[in-house]
Design a protein around this ligand. Structure first.
Ligand code: AMP
Ligand code: MN
Ligand code: MN
Ligand code: MN
Length: 276
């Protein structure tokens, strides 16, 4: 049997469009053999995903994507093979949920000051039982015709330094890695090239990540080109990290990203799934 592995995606328990059930169905129809559900700062979708994975052909891997702050910047750390019932992770995600709620209130206030009321009601309703994210605000701005596209919402209001941006203290990098490791999981740097860091800052970050016990890096992500894969792969080799592959799938409306549709991990990189 050939493997089709995807170790990074989102359900509507964070900013994904599909329920865990629909995500499993879609992954199955894409012949995915191993899928990690990695919602932002929550493991709440894993129960539903687990129920439907049981009657499917795919192997579900319990995951999470944690928001961390390192040197005043936000970095995403994916944890896979975690135990969602681990105490530190459970209390940690509660804390992050509170942080997200408080941040959302501040974002809504900033928008209201720009004569855009009603954001908080919308995002609370839209996020429902899940984490509130900036994607929910982007949807609100788009639906209310304040922006011309989802991307434009980030460029105009929600992106770093824009008028409704709220700088947030997430958890420390070391804390996130400890929560993941202590629950039996593997900590992986998500989409390393999306932080737009210079090589020297990226190396500094990778050094801190390794020192704190991180073991993997996403070498292949949803819309990578061959140059990106080579560059991320080089970091994996230099820092002796396992390589991971993950689409970061959010929605069936984005035709550029599909569950399991990923370039292969370069042969010289140790696959993280060797540890499974
Ligand atoms: P948050 O974790 O609440 O800050 O929301 C971050 C999420 O918003 C990311 O996981 C992406 O799904 C989305 N996002 C962030 N920046 C952008 C951007 N520039 N364009 C489109 N989506 C973005
Ligand atoms: Mn997201
Ligand atoms: Mn991310
Ligand atoms: Mn993600």
């Amino acid at each position: 049997m050939t493997f089709k592995i995807d170790l990074h995606c989102h359900s509507n328990f964070s900013d994904g469009a599909l329920s865990p059930k629909d995500l499993i169905t879609r992954a199955q129809s894409q012949q995915v053999s191993h899928l990690a559900l990695t919602d932002h700062d929550t493991t709440a979708g894993l129960t539903e995903a687990g129920i439907y994975a049981k009657t499917s052909h795919l192997t579900l891997i319990n995951g999470i994507e944690l928001s961390t702050t390192w040197n005043n910047r936000c970095f995403h750390i994916v944890g896979i093979n975690i135990d969602p019932d681990a105490c530190a992770l459970q209390s940690g995600t509660l804390l992050l949920g509170q942080t997200r709620l408080e941040r959302a209130e501040k974002i809504a206030l900033k928008l209201a000051k720009r004569r855009i009321p009603g954001a908080m009601d919308y995002v609370l309703k839209k996020a429902g039982h899940g984490m509130i994210t900036r994607s929910h605000f982007a949807q609100f701005l788009l639906e209310e015709n304040h922006v011309s596209s989802f991307q434009n919402a980030f460029d105009k209001y929600l992106g770093a330094g824009k008028s409704a941006f709220v700088s947030t203290s997430w958890i420390e990098l070391e804390t996130a890695i400890n929560w993941i490791s202590d629950s039996g999981g593997h900590a992986i740097i998500a989409h390393p090239l999306r932080y737009k860091l210079t090589n020297s800052w990226l190396k500094r970050f990778l050094t801190a990540f390794k020192l704190a016990g991180g073991i993997g890096i996403e070498v292949v992500t949803g819309n990578n080109n061959p140059d990106d894969i080579r560059r991320a792969g080089q970091f994996a080799l230099t820092f002796d990290l396992y390589g991971s592959v993950g689409s970061d799938f959010h929605s069936d409306k984005n035709k550029w990203v599909e569950l399991g549709r990923l370039a292969p991990l370069p042969r010289d990189i140790k696959p993280i799934w060797d540890l499974f």
